[in-house]
Design a protein around this ligand. Structure first.
Ligand SMILES: Cc1cc2nc3c(=O)[nH]c(=O)nc-3n(C[C@H](O)[C@H](O)[C@H](O)COP(=O)(O)OP(=O)(O)OC[C@H]3O[C@@H](n4cnc5c(N)ncnc54)[C@H](O)[C@@H]3O)c2cc1C
Length: 403
């Protein structure tokens, strides 16, 4: 029997999960699985603000994580895709043919067109960017000002992590709206209190119009001076899908159907930050590892179904919590409805930090768990949340906070 050549691009949360699940569950050995990634290291991308503050490398050997699973790992930069000939061009490795492609190349900081952003702001989307920022932060003198642009969870985590790790550096957070807009009133109030206690100055409803070498210039002409400026505004998909001619949305994410297949090229499947369903699977999908892991597991299941002539299943997904770290000593766990809208219930402070750390560890440990026990990754779909699950999700001794 000829095996189907399945090539997976990118070994982030989504690519690793897809590879391990496919190889682990393929008992009839119908697939030849190849995983290609720029680096031979898996980075816990959700810890990049900790890398930037010199607390961890957040890196793990990909080969060790794959263990003895029958997965061919190729280290190399994927330069181009030829969707007609079904080949992938990899720097230094030539062309690699596929029958099915899994596109999991993740995201990059949005390529915004504001003058000065690329020249004067640091980014925090990749290990390389985080390492460059780390060296710059280490070299700063006390009193040097840090300005973070972006009031989403990445901006909040970055600003508070720096404020806690370097208490001598005044930190500003600049956002067009208010920080943590998706949180409940109680969650936002806790954020405001934490910023004040941690010495983070918030400029809300403030749009940056341009960036100079030493200051953000807002639309109203105000200058917010900095020694280090950081872009944590928005993210977009890696550019390869668009460049190759796959159907993509405005963020460059490959548009996929309910079975995780490209709507333009059904031999290509997609998961993680680089893919977005055209049909709501039960909730709008955020760029998050909490989403990337189930998407990738479902992709693997559907690919196997396709190889075994079984019907593919539509993706069904619902949220339980959002969590945000505020340095290492406090965090915020926000319970949400399956559609990601906030409930009033939050867990804060030290317990919030512990819960967040447990969730980040769980995201990474899902990978060895999937290797040891194929099919281990499970998630809740819309309408599948059993009563009482919120309490089960609380860490031991956590006291829920009602605002
Ligand atoms: C600072 C920060 C904090 C975050 N915090 C959270 C959080 O608390 N919770 C949460 O759920 N999410 C968080 N996120 C988002 C989360 O990291 C992403 O949603 C997640 O990493 C997406 O997984 P992925 O597998 O799709 O992509 P990635 O993890 O980005 O993996 C993509 C992989 O593809 C590789 N690659 C890309 N292009 C190429 C190429 N051309 N050739 C070869 N290899 C390539 C990359 O090197 C990488 O290994 C955070 C992100 C950042 C930056």
């Amino acid at each position: 029997m000829n095996k189907a050549r399945i090539v997976i691009l990118g070994a982030g949360y989504a690519g690793m999960m897809a590879a391990l699940r496919l190889a682990g569950k393929d008992r009839n050995q119908r697939a030849d699985v190849t995983l290609i990634n720029a680096s031979d290291v898996f980075y816990e991308r959700v810890r990049m603000h900790q890398v930037a503050t010199n607390q961890t490398s957040a890196s793990h050997s990909i080969r060790k994580l794959l263990g003895k699973r029958p997965i061919t790992f190729i280290q190399g930069w994927v330069r181009a895709l030829d969707l007609e000939r079904q080949v992938v061009q990899v720097d230094g490795q030539g062309e690699i043919g596929y029958d099915y492609l899994v596109y999991t190349l993740g995201s990059i900081p949005a390529q915004v067109k504001l003058p000065g952003v690329h020249e004067h702001l640091y980014a925090i989307g990749s290990p390389k960017q985080a390492a460059v920022l780390r060296e710059r932060l280490i070299a700063l003198h006390p009193g040097s000002r840090v300005a973070v642009v972006g009031g989403g969870l990445t901006g909040i985590e970055t600003a508070t992590e720096i404020a806690e790790a370097y208490p001598g550096l005044p930190v500003s957070l600049v956002t067009a709206g208010t920080p943590g807009q998706g949180l409940s009133q109680g969650g936002q109030a806790y954020l405001t209190r934490s910023f004040a206690e941690m010495g983070v100055t918030v400029y809300d409803h403030t749009r940056v119009a341009q960036v100079e070498a030493d200051a953000l210039v807002t639309e109203s002409g105000e200058r917010i001076p900095f020694e280090v400026g950081i872009w944590a505004g928005s993210f977009e998909a890696a550019p390869l899908a668009r460049e190759a001619g796959l159907a993509v949305n405005a963020k460059g994410q490959m548009r996929i159907d309910r079975y995780m297949r490209s709507i333009s090229h059904p031999a290509v499947y997609g998961a993680g930050d680089g893919a977005a369903p055209v049909e709501d699977p039960g909730a709008p999908l955020r760029m998050a590892c909490a989403v990337a892991l189930p998407m990738a597991a479902h992709t693997a299941d559907n690919l196997l179904a396709r190889l075994e002539d079984r019907p593919q299943q539509p993706f069904n997904f619902g949220y339980v919590v959002q969590c945000v770290s505020l340095g290492r000593r406090r965090g915020l766990l926000q319970f949400v409805h399956p559609d990601d809208s906030p409930k009033e219930r939050i867990v804060t402070g030290r317990m919030g930090a512990i819960a967040k750390e447990m969730i980040v560890q769980y995201a990474y440990r899902s990978l060895p768990a999937e290797r040891i026990l194929p099919g281990a990754q499970v998630w809740l779909g819309k309408g599948q949340l059993p009563a009482g699950v919120e309490d089960a999700a609380l860490p031991p001794d956590a006291k829920p906070v009602h605002s």
